[in-house]
Write a protein that binds this ligand. Structure first.
Ligand code: ZN
Ligand code: ZN
Length: 477
């Protein structure tokens, strides 16, 4: 970070170098039109070299950056935009004058660059806007809505592009583009389920201990340890976590989702799983049908604008679809294992007594998706229960350094709660392993399983969970 601020010229030089290389590539192509296979291959490889070089140069530019890869993506966007714009403009202005092989070449270059820039722009946008959503909701104000707006506008954009291509059929009169009626019906059913899941997850609260518990009522006796949350100054049932973003304890907390601007917990987990699963299904459907259509269209005489349109739509669908397929696969796996994301990430932690909520695949799916399997795939009929009591088994664990851990816990409990500034600093140095307020025993794992949500959990851990769990109180049992 410091080096970045001290040497602001570095990214500028990098972008200039990239532009110069791209310009040289365009000039080379202009002078030596790619009439032969060899010439075409050399043009494409020089273009790939430009992109590769920008990555290689960008990564060490900011050595202390928390995400060098993301920096590289942003530079590549800056670097790729100019040659992409030049190529597209050239095709528009001098279309009639260009020889055929050169026209083909520029078309390919433009399609490649536009697709590349669009993909980088989307990935960079996800990372940047997602970071805004990491702030506590009360402090972030209107900024906390940015990730929601970003996700929703991407979905809206994709649906619009796809419908214009396939349903309205306004792409190119020369290509057969309507979906068969049977596929259209399937498509509308999937989209209806997708959107209703989205509405349900946005409108359903995850549930808090007080939702199910009178103010002076004692927690139910279930033999499990109840914890004490020092932020809410109240007891919390097993699997309940304090979310630093929402500033509240959340029943069976899975993770805080900045893209939906709320916690995913006991009350809305099913709708969340339905939303990401139907997103994956809908986007896969779109990706396959659009790809088949594009292959057919590219073999016919279509204009450059049509090609550009198809490539852009396909890139967006694949970018979001790939993310959703991985994400929904992960959550369906967790559902079958009877784990929350937090429990999955902290599963290797050593503790005196480990509690498993595994009830077998059928029981676990019933606990996540509802009792009746017939309704599992509907964004309705959530699982029953109060979110506080769960069937469990105790797995005995060998404790290696019980003394050390208890000493650590004590020092952690005595430490002052994190201030707003320390939280922000932690946000900036999320990858730093020597954070002042994070003890080594805290359940904040470095894992790539679920980056955005993991970041949320890390902050949540720092803010509360570590502290809360040190004051484990046996339940009234
Ligand atoms: Zn709390
Ligand atoms: Zn939350």
């Amino acid at each position: 970070m410091e080096e970045q601020q001290g040497q602001p010229w570095k990214p500028v030089v990098l972008v200039l170098v990239f532009w110069a290389l791209s310009a040289a590539n365009v000039y080379f192509c202009w002078c030596y039109p790619g009439s032969s296979l060899l010439a075409s291959a050399s043009h494409i490889s020089s273009l790939l070299m430009c992109v590769l070089l920008s990555f290689v140069l960008a990564v060490p530019t900011i050595p202390k950056s928390r995400k060098p890869f993301m920096q590289a993506i942003w530079y590549t966007i800056l670097g790729g935009m100019l040659p992409a714009a030049v190529s597209v403009s050239l095709l528009q202005w001098r279309h009639g004058e260009l020889p055929e092989p050169m026209l083909d070449y520029f078309e390919n270059v433009a399609l490649f660059l536009v697709a590349f820039v669009l993909l980088a722009l989307w990935v960079g946008g996800v990372d940047t806007v997602g970071t805004w959503g990491l702030q506590p909701l009360a402090e972030a104000g209107i900024v906390s809505w940015a990730p929601v707006a970003y996700l929703q506008s991407t979905i809206l954009w994709i649906v619009t592009l796809y419908n214009l291509t396939h349903i309205v059929g306004s792409v190119d009169a020369s290509v057969q583009q309507d979906l068969p009626l049977s596929l259209q019906v399937i498509y509308y059913v999937i989209v209806a389920l997708w959107l209703s899941s989205l509405i349900r997850v946005l409108c359903t609260r995850p549930g808090q201990p007080k939702d199910f518990q009178g103010s002076d009522e004692q927690p139910a006796q279930n033999g499990q340890n109840w914890l004490f949350c020092i932020f809410c100054q109240s007891q919390k049932p097993p699997r309940c976590r304090h979310c630093a973003k929402c500033g509240a304890c959340v029943l069976r907390m899975d993770h805080h989702c900045p893209w939906l601007r709320q916690c995913i917990g006991f009350g809305n987990y099913k709708y969340f799983v339905m939303f990401i699963t139907y997103s994956a299904v809908a986007l896969l459907f779109k990706a396959v049908t659009l790809l088949l259509f594009s292959i057919k269209a590219f073999q016919t005489e279509i204009t450059f604008c049509t090609k550009l349109w198809l490539v852009c739509t396909e890139i967006l669908v694949i970018a979001l679809g790939g993310t959703m397929v991985a994400f929904s696969g992960f959550h369906l796996f967790l559902s079958s294992k009877g784990m929350t994301t937090i429990e999955f990430l902290t599963r290797h932690e050593k503790s005196e007594k480990k509690i498993s909520f595994d009830q077998g695949v059928l029981g676990n799916l019933q606990a996540s998706l509802g009792r009746i399997p017939l309704f599992w795939l509907l964004p309705a009929c959530p699982p029953s229960g109060d979110g506080r009591n769960f069937p469990y088994t105790v797995i005995p664990q060998e404790l290696e350094s019980k003394k050390d851990q208890s000493a650590e816990s004590r020092s952690l409990a005595l430490a002052a709660p994190p201030t707003k500034s320390s939280l922000k600093e932690n946000l900036n140095q999320r990858n730093s392993k020597t954070s002042d307020i994070r003890a080594p025993s805290q359940p904040c794992l470095q894992s790539t399983a679920e980056p955005t949500c993991l970041e949320q959990q890390q902050d949540g851990c720092v803010a509360a969970d570590g502290f809360g769990e040190d004051r484990v109180e046996d339940g009234p049992a």
